[in-house]
Design a binder for this molecule. Structure first.
Ligand SMILES: *[C@@H]1O[C@H](CO)[C@@H](O)[C@H](O)[C@H]1NC(C)=O
Ligand SMILES: *[C@@H]1O[C@H](CO)[C@@H](O)[C@H](O)[C@H]1NC(C)=O
Ligand SMILES: *[C@@H]1O[C@H](CO)[C@@H](O)[C@H](O)[C@H]1NC(C)=O
Ligand SMILES: *[C@@H]1O[C@H](CO)[C@@H](O)[C@H](O)[C@H]1NC(C)=O
Ligand SMILES: *[C@@H]1O[C@H](CO)[C@@H](O)[C@H](O)[C@H]1NC(C)=O
Ligand SMILES: *[C@@H]1O[C@H](CO)[C@@H](O)[C@H](O)[C@H]1NC(C)=O
Ligand SMILES: *[C@@H]1O[C@H](CO)[C@@H](O)[C@H](O)[C@H]1NC(C)=O
Ligand SMILES: *[C@@H]1O[C@H](CO)[C@@H](O)[C@H](O)[C@H]1NC(C)=O
Ligand SMILES: *[C@@H]1O[C@H](CO)[C@@H](O)[C@H](O)[C@H]1NC(C)=O
Ligand SMILES: *[C@@H]1O[C@H](CO)[C@@H](O)[C@H](O)[C@H]1NC(C)=O
Length: 458
């Protein structure tokens, strides 16, 4: 084509723009397996630039100011390796998952005085994922706990904390009385332990884990957290009024964790219709509540439009991406419903990865352009949504002990841990570490907000 006079300039500009774009965008063809692997490889590399645990002078798996995010990073790496076959980061993964193990229960002494139940639980979920993906046990690394025993250790610890002194049951958000969230029972802690129990039941085929999953589910449904007819999942409820009120902030990972647990229970029970109803109901609300209007793109609606998502919240879509992909495999009837949302989200996420001339990904996928945000969390979530799309090419589902899983079972794992005894802890104030855990629900209830401000200010 011939461009006359003034068009020349424009043509030059257009070519520059097109060229720049093709160099610095992640080009993702959702129908092409290699293209998805390449996109995931780019963002996995980027997220690992924030990880220094394998370098001299650094501690494996440690993110001192946001300890739980190590679990989020390793969960993304486990999915990445399992579905793409790329082993590049497996040694960091193995060493980091072991190093933070504590006494086989993910309550390492450096952090145990302020770890919340949800923080510990995410490490437990990473461990059971490692077992289910047949990541070889690390008997030759550090303390060498098996992945299954680490999940069992977290389960043993958290079920022992089940609190019937208020609300007829439930797990508190925080472990220690001096933490400001101690008076709360929330969905991510209870839904997290529900999911962990369901996964242990399926992996081991030991019905005692399923009994606990059922018990946590029933308690949740009897509380304001989970509504088993509308499938609303609230964020939190309070022990100070015996769980009579609801902090109803809507976060995708609260839905995602109950959905994932229900999917495991469905699969574990060989297709129970009760669990299928729960899966369908929760999946429907997840897709109704966290998809950008008129699209198939995941959106954390409470914080994305106003750009106030904190680091925790930026990770929620990534966790939900992982859990949607496993739901599609464990409950095959949901596959056709889920896939278009994984595809729509991944295409948009790829378009958001055009930052800084080096494929930096943003937060708001629905914008389909870089939105200026930068961080490990953005890269983890982008990696997770790319990898989730691998289920179109590799339907390798989580295994069980009966289908190839060989992680060593230690039913009483973690029970030798004495650091879990609060009396042996030095008094570290909440204020010292208030930024360290998952703090998304702090401001839900007025008095808790006030209390934390007092502590932080004092
Ligand atoms: C991309 O560039 C930004 C800005 O210079 C930098 O902070 C970031 O670390 C870079 N990312 C990668 C993966 O190199
Ligand atoms: C740490 O791991 C990264 C990959 O994530 C690798 O590039 C780097 O060389 C490793 N550093 C050391 C000291 O092993
Ligand atoms: C699918 O993934 C599994 C687990 O990572 C791997 O063993 C298998 O080789 C993969 N299959 C294909 C066809 O890529
Ligand atoms: C705890 O801190 C010590 C001293 O910094 C360090 O050597 C150790 O690796 C840390 N352990 C964990 C689990 O982070
Ligand atoms: C368990 O399975 C993993 C993955 O297939 C394998 O690497 C490992 O050697 C196995 N361990 C034992 C004790 O069989
Ligand atoms: C829903 O939860 C309520 C309250 O726990 C319970 O009584 C009822 O049986 C549950 N319904 C179903 C279908 O599970
Ligand atoms: C599911 O089916 C398998 C194979 O028939 C059986 O071994 C297992 O006990 C069943 N699980 C449940 C919870 O009924
Ligand atoms: C359980 O998950 C496996 C693996 O994806 C699948 O083949 C099987 O059909 C599922 N079970 C049921 C009852 O749907
Ligand atoms: C959720 O369920 C409602 C009622 O059955 C249905 O109209 C809607 O399309 C479903 N939404 C999604 C995203 O599947
Ligand atoms: C607890 O410690 C004893 C003594 O060291 C050991 O024999 C036992 O295997 C440990 N139990 C667990 C569950 O780690």
């Amino acid at each position: 084509m011939h461009f006359p006079g003034p068009w020349r300039v424009l043509k030059g500009l257009l070519i520059t723009l097109l060229f720049t774009d093709s160099v610095h965008a992640i080009t993702l063809d959702i129908t092409d397996e290699q293209s998805i692997k390449d996109a995931a490889s780019t963002t996995a590399y980027a997220m690992m630039t924030y990880y220094h645990g394998n370098e001299t002078g650094h501690i494996p798996g440690a993110f001192p100011d946001k300890w739980w995010e190590g679990a989020a990073l390793f969960l993304a790496l486990l999915h990445y390796w399992h579905f793409t076959g790329d082993t590049t980061y497996n040694s960091e993964l193995r060493v980091g998952l072991e190093w933070q193990a504590g006494d086989d229960d993910y309550l390492p002494a450096n952090y145990s005085s302020w770890i919340g139940n949800d923080d510990q639980m995410f490490w437990g979920l990473a461990a059971i994922t490692a077992a289910e993906f047949e990541f070889a046990d690390a008997s030759n690394v550090g303390s060498g706990y098996s992945w299954l025993s680490l999940a069992q250790g977290v389960y043993n610890y958290q079920t022992s904390e089940w609190d019937t002194s208020t609300c007829d049951g439930g797990l508190r958000w925080q472990i220690w009385t001096y933490e400001s969230g101690y008076d709360m029972k929330n969905s991510i802690s209870n839904g997290g332990l529900f999911q962990l129990s369901a996964r242990l039941a399926r992996y081991t085929d030991d019905s005692s884990y399923a009994d606990w999953a059922q018990k946590i589910w029933d308690w949740s449904a009897s509380s304001p957290l989970l509504d088993n007819s509308t499938w609303n999942v609230a964020d939190s409820t309070e022990t100070t009024n015996d769980c009579s009120t609801q902090g109803d902030d809507q976060w995708s990972y609260n839905y995602g964790t109950y959905l994932m647990g229900a999917a495991y229970m469905y699969n574990y029970t060989n297709g129970s219709s009760t669990w299928l109803t729960a899966v369908d109901g929760l999946l429907n609300r997840t897709l109704e509540g966290f998809i950008h209007d008129g699209t198939y793109i995941l959106e954390e609606k409470l914080c994305e439009p106003s750009e106030v998502c904190n680091d925790n919240e930026i990770l929620f879509k990534g966790l939900v991406s992982n859990w949607l992909s496993l739901t599609a495999l464990l409950v095959p009837s949901t596959y056709d419903t889920i896939l278009p949302y994984l595809q729509g989200s991944a295409k948009a996420a790829a378009l958001s990865c055009t930052g800084h001339n080096n494929n930096t990904c943003g937060v708001r996928w629905y914008q389909s352009d870089y939105d200026g945000w930068i961080g490990m969390e953005e890269e983890i979530s982008a990696t997770s949504i790319f990898v989730a799309n691998m289920i179109a090419f590799n339907q390798s589902a989580p295994v069980t002990a009966n289908t190839g899983g060989n992680s060593t079972s230690v039913p009483d794992a973690g029970e030798n841990d004495t650091s879990g005894d609060s009396s042996s802890l030095s008094a570290i104030t909440t204020g010292d570490r208030a930024g360290a855990g998952i703090l998304t629900v702090v401001f839900v209830a007025g008095w808790v907000g006030l209390m934390s401000w007092t502590v932080l200010g004092g």
